[in-house]
Design a protein around this ligand. Structure first.
Ligand SMILES: [Zn+2]
Length: 279
């Protein structure tokens, strides 16, 4: 059970908890992986519990969570299980979230979108060479996945882990933000995450706060309405501001919502429609 803010997902039922589940493994090999003790091992190398989709949904119900969340590792590697759980959840009126790396084929992704409610996608950088050399992945595939999710109409938030000297070139970050504006829309929430030294890049330092702040400013200057800094406990950039009147609408400390004045999906002060799924 975790706060949805921990994902981070800030525009989907803020202040609620979700039941997060995972099976060990990943289809990428990011040398900076923040969850490598789960992702870079297989199910046979980890301790597992046998749970049917029905068992999982019973746990969700017992804990009174509105949402089940597929996260921590890479949900693509347990696609069939995720699909079955999300499909049953939909029947029971429970919402489903998937946090994944955007490396699915079109047909299974579109099928999955039918049973999910919201998606977090890691957009790890904006250069094909970076994806190939540091992640063993493909930028083009991630961008295609993002466009498909947008077409399918799911709530989407994007996460960019900013790694010192690896993907912190602000001119590249600007290109990435511009692509999001042009292809996904200004209402797409964008999170810049602070990197913690670990796995194969444990020689690097934490991301300097100034770089994260600069990245966020670039996102806003490109036209994105909502840009955040995450993986830090307290900062003004963890709050949601109204794009029209500038007032604080949701204030967060750590992963807790301490204030929320969004009413019926609109700014309390100027009635501007705030993108997201609200209670
Ligand atoms: Zn307003």
């Amino acid at each position: 059970m975790e706060a949805i803010e921990k994902e981070p997902m800030y525009h989907f039922l803020p202040g609620t908890t979700n039941l997060s589940i995972a099976i060990a493994g990943c289809n990428l090999r990011c040398s900076f992986c923040q969850n490598w003790l789960i992702t870079q091992f297989s199910p046979v190398e980890s301790m597992n519990y046998s749970r049917t989709p029905k068992d999982i949904l019973e746990l969700v119900r017992m804990n009174a969570c509105p949402t089940i969340n597929f996260t921590y590792s890479e949900p693509t590697i347990f696609y069939e299980y995720m699909f079955d759980v999300a499909e049953l959840a939909k029947h029971l009126g429970i919402k489903s979230i998937c946090h994944f790396n955007g490396h699915m084929r079109e047909k299974p992704l579109r099928n999955l979108c039918r049973v999910l409610d919201a998606v977090c996608v890691d957009l790890k950088g904006f250069e094909e060479e970076f994806y190939r050399n540091v992640c063993s992945g493909s930028l083009e595939t991630v961008l295609d996945n993002l466009k498909i999710i947008k077409q399918e109409g799911l709530h989407l938030e994007i996460i960019n882990l900013v790694i010192p000297d690896i993907n912190d070139d602000l001119s590249i970050i600007k290109k990435m933000c511009q692509w999001i504006v042009d292809n996904l829309g200004v209402e797409t929430p964008m999170h810049f995450l602070r990197f913690s030294p670990r796995y194969k890049l444990n020689n690097l330092d934490y991301t300097p706060l100034e770089i994260l702040e600069a990245a966020r400013e670039i996102a806003l200057s490109c036209g994105l309405h909502y840009s955040y800094i995450s993986n830090i406990p307290i900062h003004d950039a963890k709050s949601t501001y109204c794009p029209q009147c500038g007032n604080i609408l949701i204030e967060r400390e750590n992963n807790t919502v301490v204030k929320n004045v969004i009413e019926n999906g609109r700014c309390k002060y100027c009635n501007f429609n705030i993108a997201g799924v609200w209670i």
